[in-house]
Write a protein that binds this ligand. Structure first.
Ligand code: FES
Length: 342
């Protein structure tokens, strides 16, 4: 029997709507790509959540047998990963980003290493400069993939720098014993080495439409990188700056990093408050506990508050629950799981 065709409509956050047809058994994302609809995606296999959308009308299900990173409660609330999703009737989805976002197609570029600077026992600040004929646009919060020379593997990093810093890109790399990028940086990398980058990727980025609203940032470890890029982008925007709260944490004072960067931004931005947290052995001025435990009653004063979370999944889950409890709307919470890979 021939597959039934359904009409799918996607509504972007900037008011643009696009419709396309999809066969019942096909993935909605595949049909959208075919129809040149600018949707965000990356893995196409249910693992990255880039293609998340909210089902507003109609019926659509996850392909039977597919494993998705969505929680059962998110699925029940109508969230779908379009790469795994099949339409069972005509349906409409709302997307958490504008129609111009997905149109910045990932590209491959080359960059030279400008500097390799150890800024904590296990963190390196890597500064790159794009090769003369190459250019890479990204939104603050998005990530790029780098081919690790000599190891044949890709690693993902979110720039801590902004578009205004291009052709320079700054990345924070967490060093892991035996990790491919860590071994390369510690043993082989030299200034002027050429790296191959691909990007931008990811649906975690600063939402321009909320830029005047109060912001809460929660970062764990090198999850600080995209958050610094967001804070700097807000700083570079003209006009009055929104109130911003940064809660940033590491395991111990010994592995803390980026404090100078944060302090400098506080000098530039009087509306930025920072809470620096450590899980163990706190010294003076540091909050004892996770960056989530540093959030308190009274931090959310406006229903428009928007929050960006980047760090390990348990931190994101705890921060999301806490922020909702404090009064942030679930749809105003954006997050990216940070996974350190070997
Ligand atoms: S594209 Fe990665 S989950 Fe759909």
């Amino acid at each position: 029997m021939k597959d039934a065709m359904h009409q799918v409509t996607v509504n972007f956050a900037d008011g643009v709507s696009r419709s396309f047809s999809v066969a019942g058994e096909a993935s909605i994302l595949d049909a959208a790509i075919e129809a040149e609809i600018p949707l965000l995606y990356q893995c196409r296999s249910g693992g990255c959540s880039s293609c998340i959308a909210q089902l507003a009308e109609g019926e659509a299900r996850t392909r039977p047998g597919a494993s998705s990173s969505l929680l059962a409660s998110e699925y029940a609330a109508g969230q779908r990963l379009l790469c795994l999703c099949q339409a069972q009737s005509d349906c409409t989805f709302t997307l958490p980003y504008g129609s111009e976002v997905g149109s910045s197609v990932a590209r491959e570029v080359h960059a030279f290493i400008d500097s390799i600077e150890r800024i904590a026992v296990n963190v390196v600040r890597l500064t790159l400069e794009l090769a003369d004929d190459d250019w890479l646009e990204f939104r603050p919060g998005q990530f790029v993939q780098i081919e690790v020379p000599g190891y044949g593997v890709l690693r993902s990093y979110s720039p801590s720098s902004t578009l205004a810093d291009l052709p320079r890109l700054q990345l924070l790399v967490r060093l892991l014993p035996g990790g491919a990028m860590s071994s390369y940086l510690e043993e082989k990398a030299q200034v002027e080495d050429v790296l191959t980058l691909r990007g931008p990727y990811g649906a975690f980025f600063l939402r321009e439409e909320h830029k005047r609203a109060p912001h809460i940032f929660v970062a764990g470890g090198t999850g600080l990188a995209p958050i610094l890029s967001m804070i700097d982008t807000l700083r570079q925007c003209g006009g009055k700056k929104p109130p911003m709260l940064l809660s940033f944490g590491c395991a111990t004072p010994e592995v803390l990093f980026g404090l100078d960067d944060i302090e400098l931004r506080q000098q530039w931005l009087p509306t930025l408050e920072a809470r620096i947290c450590v899980d163990r052995e706190p010294t003076e001025g540091l909050h004892h506990g996770s960056p989530v435990s540093a959030l308190r009653e009274g931090d959310v004063v406006s229903p428009d508050t928007v929050a960006y979370l980047c760090g390990p999944q348990p931190m994101i889950n705890a921060a999301t629950a806490r922020l909702i409890e404090l009064g942030v709307a679930a749809e105003n919470i954006f997050s990216e799981q940070f996974v350190a890979s070997h």
